[in-house]
Design a protein around this ligand. Structure first.
Ligand SMILES: [Fe+2]
Ligand SMILES: [Fe+2]
Length: 475
């Protein structure tokens, strides 16, 4: 483990200077990455100085350094968590073998696919969020958006490093393709559905960072267990960055809810029209956005029954959330797991081989984790003395992937007719009017310490700075 070297063109703690061929390949990719950033990165931001954190160490304590940076000058680099020399494969057929420092030949194609799929989400979210800077509700929020964006860029670097180092020419071609696909593009879309959706407003952004970045957390946690040690170490360091992205989402939504509740109490009303007239987002609209982002995100875990999931686990490539903390045989051959199926117009549980249900296992872990934050949002409403409660919809609601795809299921979990779906959809998912209303609230607030009317200020600034700190200096 070497310290991070910032004198090199590509900052890294992997001893890049000792592998000249790899260094050359990555230095060749670097200007193409910057071209992509200039093309598809945050719009109109290239000359502004942003108060950002940069990794200066991969140790969990004190890895970040804060200073003003122009984003195109951000030091994107390759940072792996420290190696544990005695680490072993902790699940699957290779249980207890020493963790692999190189790619086992027979798993090459599957590993490449896993890395490419993860890598593709990183630039996708930057593309999805590229217009949001123009309508940030404060400099504090603008800075947080850009922090998320540069770190997603770094996550792309993390995956591209693995492709270049371990996958030869195929890896270099995949790294190239990661810069070619575009979120939402008809001809060359990003790989996964949720990463082709629009993130048109800040409510969507906070929902995305709360729910979809949390999908990222669970995928990364599963890969952090991988028997392929370089992948495990790469994703472990990515997780330290991911935590901030979910904080942005959770606290952003808390602040929106806080502001709405304050106005509900001031005006003594829960009438959405009156609240909208007062320029805040009514709670039922928040619930519809939540329903949408939650359902789109849980699709990301894939089909409930999947032989690929079983293969990835058996081969030691992708573990479960907190694999090493679980008290079972870590092989799961005789175990079963309940998944949902629709029979005669009702949702019923059926037991299937757990190995085939590992996507569902990870989805259920995600659901448990995401519900906890919804509970914290409800405490904001509760403290305001209001009876409304937000909740996540049933897991069969609005699904596009797996056995539940195409069913009409209400947020409460009732299978309903297509007619009933059509009649109630406007209560369950954001309507064009909802989206137009939210869009009408968006407008840049650029004065230090000022916040848009629809969102409360945060409790604390960034890195101990005050709320009226100049987090962005426009250039
Ligand atoms: Fe990421
Ligand atoms: Fe993220």
């Amino acid at each position: 483990m070497t310290a991070i070297d910032y004198t090199e063109k590509i900052p890294n703690n992997v001893g890049l200077g000792e592998d000249k061929a790899l260094q050359r390949a990555l230095e060749h990719w670097q200007p193409r990455y910057l071209d992509w950033w200039n093309d598809m990165g945050p719009e109109g931001s290239q000359r502004s100085d942003i108060y950002l954190r940069t990794a200066v160490s991969a140790s969990p304590q004190g890895w970040a350094h804060f200073d003003y940076v122009r984003m195109p000058d951000y030091r994107w680099g390759i940072f792996l968590s420290p190696r544990e020399p005695s680490r072993r494969v902790s699940f699957g057929e290779h249980l207890d073998e020493p963790a692999w420092q190189d790619v086992p030949g027979e798993y090459r194609a599957n590993l490449r696919r896993i890395i490419v799929t993860q890598g593709d989400t990183e630039p996708a979210s930057v593309e999805q969020q590229r217009h949001l800077g123009l309508t940030a509700p404060s400099l504090y929020d603008l800075r947080n958006l850009f922090q998320v964006n540069v770190e997603e860029g770094r996550h792309l670097w993390a995956m591209v490093y693995l492709l270049h180092k371990f996958f030869g020419r195929d890896g270099r071609e995949e790294a190239e393709a990661l810069l070619q696909r575009r979120s939402g593009d008809e001809n060359k879309p990003r790989i996964l559905g949720a990463f082709n959706e629009k993130t048109p407003d800040w409510l969507s952004f906070f929902m995305f960072t709360y729910f979809t970045d949390r999908d990222g957390k669970f995928q990364l946690c599963a890969l952090a267990e991988s028997g392929f040690d370089p992948l495990a170490r790469t994703t472990r360091f990515m997780l330290t960055e991911e935590a901030h992205h979910m904080f942005v989402g959770e606290s952003g939504l808390s602040r929106i809810i806080q502001r709405t509740c304050d106005v509900m109490n001031d005006l003594a009303t829960d009438d959405p029209d009156k609240l909208r007239a007062a320029g805040v987002i009514d709670l039922p609209t928040l619930q519809r956005y939540l329903n949408f982002h939650y359902s789109v995100t849980i699709d990301l875990f894939g089909a409930d029954e999947s032989s690929n999931a079983a293969t990835f686990f058996n081969s030691g490539l992708k573990g479960r959330f907190k694999e090493t903390k679980r008290q079972d045989d870590h092989k799961l051959r005789d175990r079963t797991y309940a998944v949902l199926a629709a029979t005669d117009g009702r949702l019923v549980e059926k037991e299937v081989a757990m190995l085939n249900a590992l996507n569902e296992v990870l989805r259920d872990d995600f659901i448990e984790d995401s519900i906890a934050g919804v509970g914290r949002w409800n405490r904001v409403i509760d403290r305001a003395g209001l009876p409304y409660r937000l909740c996540v919809p049933h897991k069969a609601f609005n699904r596009r992937i797996g056995a539940l795809a195409g069913l009409s299921v209400s947020p409460a979990g009732q299978v309903v007719s297509e007619l009933a779906w059509a009649q109630h959809q406007h209560e369950w998912l954001p309507t064009p009017e909802d989206r137009a209303f939210v869009a009408s609230l968006m407008g840049r607030v650029a004065e230090p310490g000022k916040f848009a009317n629809w969102i409360a200020p945060p409790k604390h600034g960034v890195n101990g700075k005050p709320l009226d700190f100049q987090y962005v200096r426009f250039g």
